[in-house]
Design a binder for this molecule. Structure first.
Ligand code: SF4
Length: 509
């Protein structure tokens, strides 16, 4: 079938109306859910402070009901799966989004928390790939019918987060943060080889503008559906006046043959025309702002130096600088005096070769492995070398990630050192949003979101539950990050066949 995008009006979060629209969409696209059906929402974060960051529960309910109705035979499994962001347990994010309430209304619905699932290796063979394989949770690798159900949002690092960028949540923290740097768009494009959804349906009723974790609500009043991810994201770009070819991950996926960007090659149908949708999307801000500009007028003076030269970028759009922007937005929600409480400081990213002139007592923080500086800092002559490790030296099998309590301890320890010195490097590639949030908390004595009185009990409970289940799984023989022969054999590439003569994983014993 020709790549098709359906645009429908939908003014509010009425689960029944959403179910009708999605059912009709599945019918129109001639799609029949079957076997193990997995729905991947965007639940990067949730709860009272983040009402517009995730796919809403009413929306998800409508989608799940429509899938159940449209399936010609009872499904083997109907499941929701996600790995949320900022290092909190996915259980906490699901709870904050009220997803678990769906169990009462949809019989047998299963929830996967991807950081608790066995991880399966999927080899990659295409030219220009960042690495030779990815790990992805078993439910993703094994889905018979995969539904991508993102939120229609801006993204300050990758311009937009529609369907393709939603794939960053099909990896656990260890693998998600690999290549989450200046080549993030390439990573998002490579992730497309793991699986392509049979169906895409986005929550564009209230879209998220400007930011990814803390977007401002934008009344778009639409649901978009489709059967091809590149076509789908391209149409969504047109709705907000963005050229899809200017969004690197969309362009790369297009060049890799995943679908068309040209509107003449896409059927656009539904009760809302593209022109009407564009009228609705007028003025939508994507929030792609360099860190120096973002912090102008605040006590933070930011310096966006060059990232490592591979990839030919002059700024790291996918890593540390954007994470600081997200971190301060989070802190402003939890502590309204954030900007007043923070001391004047200088934050440096990448290789920076212009003078930095701190005032008396002002601290300098170099963030990220690739930070590099040579020159005076006050009275001192400083020679800070990059400690960046090339991605070819980082194997997915060895990837590790600290949980949030480890991060708290580690950031506290590092920031304590800064009391007695003028500058410090916080290492990592990337230094995540969670870590940069913790840095700001330490520097300004700010209220911690992790111990917010409204959320501390569900947070700790979700954390303990997640850790206990992971420990049990390990105890009973499911080895995480170890692609045992069975798992590896099952994860044969569906989209990216090896060149002749190279065995598929099924043939590797
Ligand atoms: S250390 Fe940070 S700024 Fe440097 S390449 Fe990695 S993610 Fe980008």
């Amino acid at each position: 079938m020709k790549p098709t995008v359906i645009l429908n009006r939908c003014a509010d979060y009425d689960a029944q109306r959403i179910e009708e629209l999605v059912f009709n969409g599945l019918e129109r696209l001639d799609l029949n859910p079957r076997g193990r059906t997995l729905v991947k929402p965007n639940c990067v974060t949730s709860g009272p402070y983040f009402p517009h960051a995730h796919t809403r529960v009413e929306f998800l309910e409508g989608v799940l009901r429509a899938i159940e109705r449209r399936a010609p035979e009872p499904l083997d499994e109907l499941a929701v799966g996600e790995r949320c962001g900022i290092t909190v347990p996915t259980r906490f994010a699901y709870n904050g989004a009220n997803y678990y309430s769906l169990r009462k209304r949809i019989k047998g619905l299963k929830f996967y928390h991807f950081e608790e699932c066995p991880q399966v290796e999927v080899p990659l063979y295409h030219e220009g790939r960042l690495r030779d394989s990815f790990f992805t949770p078993e439910p993703v690798a094994q889905a018979d019918f995969f539904v991508n159900c993102p939120k229609f949002k801006a993204h300050p690092w990758t311009t937009v987060t529609f369907s393709m960028k939603n794939y960053i949540g099909i990896q656990d923290d260890r693998h998600r943060l690999l290549d989450h740097d200046h080549r993030l768009n390439e990573k998002v494009s490579d992730l497309q080889y793991i699986v392509q959804p049979q169906f895409v349906v986005t929550d564009g009723i209230i879209a998220g503008e400007g930011r990814m974790l803390t977007p401002t609500p934008f009344d778009l009043g639409l649901i978009a559906m489709g059967n091809n991810q590149v076509a789908f994201d391209s149409v969504c770009c047109h709705i907000i006046g963005v050229d899809p070819m200017s969004v690197e991950h969309i362009r790369l996926a297009y060049e890799n043959g995943f679908g068309p960007v040209d509107l003449s090659e896409i059927d656009i149908v539904g009760d809302l025309s593209l022109d009407e949708a564009k009228e609705r999307g007028q003025g939508f801000e994507v929030g792609l702002i360099r860190v120096e500009d973002y912090f102008k007028g605040t006590k933070i003076r930011a310096y966006g130096g060059r990232p490592p030269s591979d990839g030919g970028h002059d700024y790291c759009w996918g890593g540390c600088p954007g994470a600081l922007e997200e971190a301060i937005e989070i802190m402003r929600l939890y502590d309204q005096q954030t900007d007043e409480k923070l001391p004047p400081m200088h934050v440096v990213f990448g290789e920076y070769d212009k003078p930095i002139q701190p005032g008396p007592g002002e601290k300098i923080i170099f963030i990220g492995d690739c930070a590099k500086y040579s020159g005076q800092l006050g009275e001192q002559l400083v020679q800070l070398e990059s400690v960046y490790v090339d991605r070819s030296q980082k194997r997915p099998l060895d990837a590790e990630a600290d949980d949030i309590f480890m991060k708290m301890w580690s950031v506290r320890r590092k920031m304590a050192k800064l009391k007695n010195q003028d500058y410090i490097r916080i290492a990592g590639c990337p230094v995540s949003v969670a870590e940069q949030t913790l840095i700001l908390i330490q520097l300004g004595g700010l209220k911690s979101p992790y111990f917010d009185p409204k959320q501390v009990v569900p947070f700790v409970s979700a954390y303990l539950s997640s850790r206990t289940r992971t420990a049990f799984s390990r105890l009973f023989g499911i080895k995480y990050n170890q692609p045992g022969p069975m798992l590896r054999g099952r994860a044969r590439p569906k989209l990216n066949l090896p060149p002749p003569g190279i065995p598929t994983p099924l043939e590797i014993k």
